[in-house]
Design a protein around this ligand. Structure first.
Ligand code: G2I
Length: 470
């Protein structure tokens, strides 16, 4: 909006130079006309990326490294898109084919191509039950947990500062029943997802961290509700999650739902960004074009829907090529679906996303008189220990009086040290430690509780920690 207004003002100045009152007036009219056009939100980008950018969003595609030598493919990629997702090259089997030996060659080619052409990168995917290398498929328990943490740490560190958003965990929920999908990762303990997010945050604090899944588009489906409840719980407990990816692979068995916008809105209302991460819609002609247009309209209607990625460029590039689900035909020609997407991006009436991250405001004001300090509190913890590392979650519970600040003391065993702490400030990294509250969790109502946690290497602390109020 600022950009177009500035353009309008510039033209008014230019036109007023002939120094006639009439022309000045005309300039004023021209400026008003421009402003009206802006107010409707109309824009006139000629590519998907440019048009999405005018609406404060990105438009991306999945990219396969072995197609970067195909001139037609690269021509469309460079012209139309400003975000890329490596389709397979960042997966566990590709990046760590043997345990502890990392191969980034193909993924690096995609990242370099993106950077050289002004595109950003969505990383996909750090922890997933599928596309695991054979050695990981054969691991279980603490060995697998440790391997997952090491994998996330290594890959996210290698790409630190180069990734807009990571799909930290992919497809962890069952298709029906509202529970988790059974997998070797799930069998390491229900907390594997939050451990993955905390590990990713520690490795690349600037990347947005997403949970990504399919069949989470229809608001009434159990799977959608299950993911929603997990994100809500993560936000309540301070697990670092910034975004939810809706893959949005649509076909007759999993059609675009009429309540898609409701789903986007409800996830966004939890205080996370929403990204459409793997969009493809099987079909052809007007029917397909209309559905693509509806998806774009829904994203533009939700301020925290920050971008759309299609899962490939030409129909022949698709994992579902026979369903012709993409925006370009096999020859690289624009399909009606392309035109529908571009026209919808250019049409008016959209909600720009916030330019700065938003945080959920507190639902109640702090008390005007500070509660008395010096009252008691207790602390207890639970630990998930694996070979070589651990995550400990500490619960601080207020006594009969409210807390206005707290400190928890505990001792790490010899050889253990902290890697990462959330929702508290530690006094050091090893030995006897004191964890003090941070700004937003010092006040705890009488009998109430709050949680903080830390990740470490070595052996987790044991025993009962000491809690001091004030
Ligand atoms: O299955 C569609 C997508 C569902 N969500 C997660 C995405 O990561 C997933 O992408 C697809 C890729 O589009 C396929 O290209 O994931 C498949 C399995 O990971 C990919 O297929 C694999 C084949 O299974 C391999 O045999 C093949 O070597 O593609 C590999 C590279 O062509």
């Amino acid at each position: 909006m600022d950009k177009v207004l500035a353009r309008g003002s510039g033209s008014a100045v230019a036109r007023s130079r002939p120094r006639t009152a009439v022309l000045s007036m005309l300039a004023g009219v021209a400026m008003v006309a421009t402003t009206v056009a802006v107010a409707t939100g109309a824009s006139a980008g000629t590519t998907l990326g440019a048009s999405a950018a005018e609406k404060g969003r990105y438009f991306g595609t999945a990219v396969a490294a072995n197609k970067l030598s195909d001139a037609t493919y690269v021509g469309i990629l460079n012209r139309e898109f400003n975000m890329v997702t490596p389709e397979n090259e960042m997966k566990w089997d590709a990046t760590e084919p043997s345990q502890g030996q990392f191969n980034y060659a193909n993924a690096d080619r995609i990242v370099s191509h993106a950077q050289a052409n002004g595109m950003r990168v969505r990383g996909h995917a750090l922890a997933w039950h599928s596309q695991q290398p054979g050695w990981a498929q054969n691991l279980s328990g603490t060995a697998l947990r440790q391997a997952m943490v090491n994998h996330i740490t290594q890959v996210a560190t290698h790409y630190k500062g180069k990734i807009y958003a990571w799909d930290v965990v992919n497809e962890a929920f069952a298709d029906s029943g509202g529970g988790r999908r059974d997998s070797n990762l799930q069998r390491t303990g229900n907390d594997w997802i939050e451990v993955a997010f905390r590990t990713a945050r520690a490795a690349d604090p600037a990347a947005k961290l997403c949970y990504n899944d399919y069949n989470t588009d229809n608001w009434t489906w159990e799977k959608t509700q299950a993911v929603y409840n997990m994100v809500k719980d993560f936000k309540a407990r301070g697990v670092p999650i910034d975004c939810v990816g809706l893959q949005s692979h649509f076909n007759s068995g999993s059609p675009y739902p009429g309540n898609y916008r409701t789903t986007l809105q409800n996830f966004a209302a939890l205080g996370v960004d929403v990204q459409i991460t793997e969009l493809d819609i099987e079909g052809s002609g007007t029917t397909q074009a209309t559905t693509y247009g509806n998806v774009v309209k829904d994203c533009l209607a939700v301020s925290r829907c920050t971008g759309i990625t299609v899962w490939g460029i030409r129909d022949t590039d698709s994992w579902r090529a026979s369903g012709t689900p993409l925006l370009f035909d096999g020859n690289g020609n624009k399909k009606p679906a392309y035109t529908a997407v571009l026209d919808t991006l250019n049409a008016g009436g959209t909600t720009p996303p916030p330019t700065t991250p938003t945080s959920t405001p507190p639902t109640s004001n702090p008390p005007t008189t500070p509660p008395p300090s010096g009252n008691g509190c207790t602390a207890s913890f639970t630990t998930n220990q694996w070979q070589g590392g651990f995550v400990t979650t500490v619960r601080v519970t207020a006594g009969a009086a409210p807390l206005n600040g707290w400190a928890v003391a505990l001792t790490l065993p010899a050889g253990a040290s902290l890697v990462n702490t959330w929702n508290a400030q530690p006094s050091g990294t090893s030995g006897g430690l004191t964890f003090r509250n941070v700004a937003y969790n010092g006040q705890v109502g009488a009998g109430g509780s709050t949680e903080f946690g830390f990740q470490g290497v070595g052996t987790a602390p044991s025993g009962t920690p000491t809690c001091t109020a004030g």
